[in-house]
Write a protein that binds this ligand. Structure first.
Ligand code: ZN
Length: 521
């Protein structure tokens, strides 16, 4: 970044260029409202003086109750000066329009710098689209801080898009628009009651006479000072949203302005200019970063969220109007807790689903057989409970095969339900599971029961999250550790069952809940 104004200061200008020649037809009148703009006005006028325009144009500076050298500065450039004593942007724009002789009225602001093809682009817009009543374009920003212009330059395309959407294409950007002179007269000019948003008011009243063209090549560079107003960059964005954007929406929704007063924003000091090329680079970086973050978020959700379907079909609950839920137990068998849980389930005549770890099934074959014998369902929870999702596909397939064979050797069944260790998924894990003929089952109702937070806590949290079709997880084991304390789950289970029964819930196995087969043989 460099000081903006040096690059313009180097350009020379001739005061005679804007002198009105009597009787000559004027194509475009450029109107600049200015209140105490002695500081930035020279740069605006220099950029207008440097236009490569094939037509004839006049510049009208509206001195809007200035108390500084605004008029003297304009005089040095030889532009037409009119005075408007009533302070306000709409008064000033209207005064300029009344004094203009051009067929097209182009509006900009004193803190705005125009590219050399600005007027030519305006003229071309009307030549190539004869049916339009006006044209507007883009803004790039420079400012007195560095952060705020960067932030606003990054967000600007979003604002343009929303403005066009909300106004259905009928909006003008204050420092960068042009309207046919006859149309502005037909609609009675600017609404001088407005302190802000007078540009969009004109646009919305003029729309019955024709379209407004958004010319992507028509751009200006303007300052962010109207939002800086002695605040941080985030404060500046807040001001932008509050003053302009909300006011904009207000106008189109309620047909009246939200902001009725506007403060003076003149401030001395250096301005930092960001070139259009630099803005393009900043935007590319910011948007790439945004896309990257979104992708990261999608991957994180895909891996860690039990409900995510990002990497493929995952059953985590059933949408049903029936008051049914499925109880599931992970990481068993693990004695004596698995047997105690089986006793409780038998007492309440409830069937559940046990996602067993292959190694544990081999270690406790009798308990594993009992699970099946008592009408519960056995699912596959891997062979050794590793962080399976980060492994390569062939390793994952090996784990699944080992677990399937272990469970088969004890029970004679090949489970169809697979719950990944920790519930973590990856694209290659999902693909290996699918190719092995299994389906992934996660959960919708979980609490950190494995940390043994107290049976009351376990019960409360499980009950809190219950819904029709919920899949509940509790742990009867702890990965491949044998004898890990699961007494709190055992204590909590009868309370959970009774509370849910009191609420009218019935218990089913996961295959019953989902309407799928439990086994592949
Ligand atoms: Zn587990």
């Amino acid at each position: 970044m460099r000081n903006v104004l040096k690059f313009l200061a180097a350009k020379s200008f001739s005061a005679t260029k804007f002198m009105e020649k009597s009787g000559e037809k004027i194509d475009i009148s450029v109107i600049i409202p200015a209140h105490n703009e002695e500081e930035l006005l020279p740069f605006c006028l220099k950029s207008l003086e440097a236009q490569n325009f094939s037509g004839v144009y006049e510049i009208i500076l509206v001195d809007n109750a200035s108390t500084d050298r605004t008029s003297q500065v304009a005089e040095e450039f030889g532009v037409k000066i009119v005075y408007e004593g009533r302070k306000g942007i709409a008064y000033a724009r209207q005064k300029g329009a009344s004094a203009a002789h051009g067929d097209i009225l182009a509006f900009t602001d004193a803190d705005t710098i125009l590219p050399p093809d600005w007027l030519e682009n305006i003229q071309q817009s009307f030549n190539t689209h004869p049916d339009i009543i006006g044209v507007t374009g883009k803004m790039y920003f420079f400012g007195q801080s560095k952060k705020l212009p960067i932030l606003i330059n990054v967000l600007a395309p979003l604002f343009y898009y929303l403005c066009r959407l909300i106004s259905r294409g009928h909006y003008f950007i204050g420092p960068n628009f042009a309207i046919r002179h006859d149309i502005l007269e037909k609609i009675g000019g600017f609404n001088t009651k407005l302190a802000i948003g007078e540009d969009n008011d004109v646009a919305s009243r003029a729309k019955r006479f024709g379209k407004i063209y958004f010319n992507k090549n028509l751009w200006v560079t303007t300052s962010t000072r109207r939002w800086e107003h002695g605040s941080s960059s985030l404060g500046g964005v807040k001001n932008l949203l509050n003053l302009y954007f909300l006011n904009f929406i207000w106008y189109f929704v309620f047909k009246k302005p939200r902001v009725n007063e506007f403060y003076d924003v003149r401030r001395g000091g250096d301005y930092y200019f960001i070139t259009k090329d630099a803005i393009a680079k900043i935007r590319l970086f910011a948007y790439s970063l945004f896309v990257f973050m979104v992708l990261i978020a999608i991957v994180v959700i895909g891996v860690f969220s039990p409900s995510s379907q990002v990497f493929g079909k995952n059953y985590w609950r059933e949408k049903t109007s029936q008051k049914i839920v499925a109880l599931t137990f992970d990481d068993g068998p693990n004695e004596p807790y698995t047997s105690e849980i089986l006793d409780i389930l038998a007492k309440y005549k409830i069937k559940a689903t046990f996602f067993v770890v292959g190694e544990n099934a081999l270690y406790y074959p009798e308990t594993t057989k009992r699970i099946l014998r008592e009408g519960h369902v056995i699912g596959d929870h891997s062979y050794s409970h590793p962080f399976l999702f980060i492994n390569k596909k062939s390793t994952i397939e090996q784990e699944i095969t080992l677990a399937q064979n272990a469970i088969y050797s004890v029970t004679g069944k090949y489970p169809r339900l697979f719950r990944p260790p920790h519930g973590f998924k990856s694209p290659w894990l999902m693909s290996a599971v699918k190719q092995s003929g299994l389906v992934v089952v996660e959960w919708s109702d979980i609490t950190r029961d494995w940390a043994q937070p107290g049976e009351k806590n376990i019960t409360e949290r499980i009950i809190q999250k219950i819904e029709r079709g919920s899949i509940i997880v509790l742990h009867d084991g702890d990965q491949t550790r044998h004898g890990s304390d699961r007494s709190q789950e055992v204590e909590a289970l009868p309370q959970i069952i009774e509370e849910l029964k009191n609420k009218g819930y019935q218990f089913v196995t996961v295959p019953e809940l989902l309407g799928i087969n439990a086994y592949n043989n």
